[in-house]
Design a binder for this molecule. Structure first.
Ligand code: PGA
Length: 253
């Protein structure tokens, strides 16, 4: 059975004390819940919050993710944060290749491939984001765009490590816009992503990979998305900053 995953992405929000408060209150809810072994709850916090947040949650129930890592391993790269540094704070996942990083910070697929390799080298699970822009949706190139992102971003990932990778399909036009892909649009792409993974690796591997949907997931649209065969959970931005919404989205899965 594939892992079902609810992952929050706080982006650049909250001060450390506010983040700790949010993580603690989410933790309090899950302390009374018996999670099925294949259900994973992840919160993606700013670098500055990782240490305090890992100490505020029960790591057997809630994993902490970083939202980025360096493509470099160590050395003279002022301002960068290496995968092994993230690991040393107790985080377990890293969101890699988010469209905001691709668009605002110019991250290319080859940079993303290197970041994923650094995660795997340090026993961190990358959450690889992919997805097309509104223009690419409109001109019909969206399958090719996502396929090319996957092939190039996974260029350094072998069969062993792909099983330690989560994929998140996040159509750029649906992120923070309130426009969600319909469950049918999302399912169609998730099924396609699984086919691409089967082509790169094999079908058995593709069947085991968790593919999350992200882009304006809210309590009122989560259940219909998660009901689809190839949607194994969500990467949640705005709604992950509200404890009640995040928990309702968990309940939907
Ligand atoms: P959103 O963000 O849920 O606010 O649309 C999702 C994401 O960027 O991961």
């Amino acid at each position: 059975m594939r892992n079902k995953i609810i992952a929050g992405n706080w982006k650049m929000n909250t001060l450390v004390n506010q983040g700790v408060q949010l993580a603690s209150s989410i933790n309090e809810y899950f302390s009374n819940i018996k999670l099925a072994p294949h259900v994973k709850i992840i919160i993606g916090v700013p670098f500055t919050h990782i240490d305090a947040c890992t100490k505020s949650v029960d790591f057997t129930k809630i994993a902490i993710a970083a939202q980025n890592c360096s493509q470099y391993e160590k050395g003279a790269y002022t301002g960068e944060v290496a995968a092994d540094m993230i690991k040393s704070l107790g985080a377990q996942y890293v969101i890699v290749g988010h469209s905001e990083r691709r668009q605002i910070f110019g991250e290319t697929d080859s940079i993303i491939a290197q970041k994923i390799a650094n995660c795997h080298k340090n026993a961190l699970f990358p959450i690889l984001c992919c997805g097309e822009t509104e223009g690419e949706r409109d001109d019909g190139s969206y399958f090719d765009v996502v396929k090319n992102q996957l092939i190039a971003s996974l260029a350094l990932t072998d069969k062993f490590n792909i099983l330690r990778t989560v994929i998140a399909y996040e159509p750029v036009w649906a992120i923070g816009t309130g426009k969600t892909a319909s469950p049918e649009q999302a399912q169609e792409m998730h099924e396609y992503i699984r086919k691409v993974i089967a082509e790169i690796y094999n079908k058995d591997i593709a069947d085991q990979i968790s593919i999350l949907y992200g882009g304006s997931v809210k309590p009122d649209n989560a259940a219909e998305l998660f009901l689809k065969d190839d949607i194994d959970g969500g990467l949640i931005g705005g709604a992950s900053l509200k404890k009640e919404d995040f928990i309702k989205i968990y309940q939907a899965i």
